[in-house]
Design a protein around this ligand. Structure first.
Ligand code: FES
Length: 217
């Protein structure tokens, strides 16, 4: 029996069909696996390898390069607190201390109820807005312990904490694994997987030796 649900198995085959070679779908299928379970299980990696014609080690080797893929169980909400230099100067370490003591979980740990996993992270590219933390990759800028407490209370009581100031976002806070709200749909006629590249009749323009390069700018 495979890892993917019936719905996700169909989706996995559709995703593979978008690419000239099945192995190009490894990363999208890792996202799909993480969406199904909240993390990437061993069974998921085995099935992705089977579907894409690569080894399980190659699936792990590809996915483990990326921080967002988790290969162990994590909470429904990933709380990432930045303690890199800009945030550190503005109270990032104190914020992390507060997060750890409030949740009763140190960096790298998950709360007993499986709701939160805490991570002490490097710069998340919002240095002018420090200190900041993210919850399931939704940003909270210029954060205070009080804001964090409100976010936790919202999530525990089933409310969206987005109105607390998650930057550039609106609506609900999806659980870990469901990072996108809109699944990409590519019409069949626009998929790349029509033929393998070596069988394509025309070279893409960027491969052509006669392609003109505009150096005027
Ligand atoms: S140092 Fe915290 S976002 Fe860059």
């Amino acid at each position: 029996m495979g890892y993917f649900s019936d719905t996700n198995q169909s989706l996995a085959l559709e995703i593979i069909g978008r690419y000239p070679r099945p192995k190009s779908a490894v990363i999208p299928l890792l996202h799909l696996a993480q969406e199904q379970e909240g993390w990437v299980t061993r069974e998921a990696m085995l099935q992705i390898a089977d579907l894409t014609g690569v080894t399980p080690a190659e699936v792990l080797g590809t996915g483990s390069f990326y921080e967002m893929f988790k290969f162990h169980p994590v909470g429904r909400y990933m709380v990432n607190v930045c303690t890199n230099i800009s945030c550190q100067l503005l109270g990032g370490e104190e914020l992390l201390d507060h997060v750890e003591s409030t949740l009763g979980a140190g960096a790298g740990d998950t709360t007993e109820d499986g709701m939160f996993t805490v991570e002490d992270v490097e710069c998340v590219a919002a240095c002018t807005e420090g200190p900041c933390f993210t919850v399931n990759y939704r940003y909270f800028h210029r954060a205070t312990p009080g804001v964090f407490d409100e976010v936790v209370a919202d999530l525990r009581e089933g409310r969206s904490p987005i109105q607390r100031g998650a930057a550039g976002d609106s609506g609900d806070m999806p659980e870990h694994g469901r990072l996108g709200r809109v699944r990409q749909e590519i019409p069949a006629g626009r998929r790349a997987g029509v033929v393998p590249p070596e069988q394509a009749g025309e070279q893409p323009v960027w491969l052509s030796s006669t392609a003109e390069v505009d150096t005027s700018g």
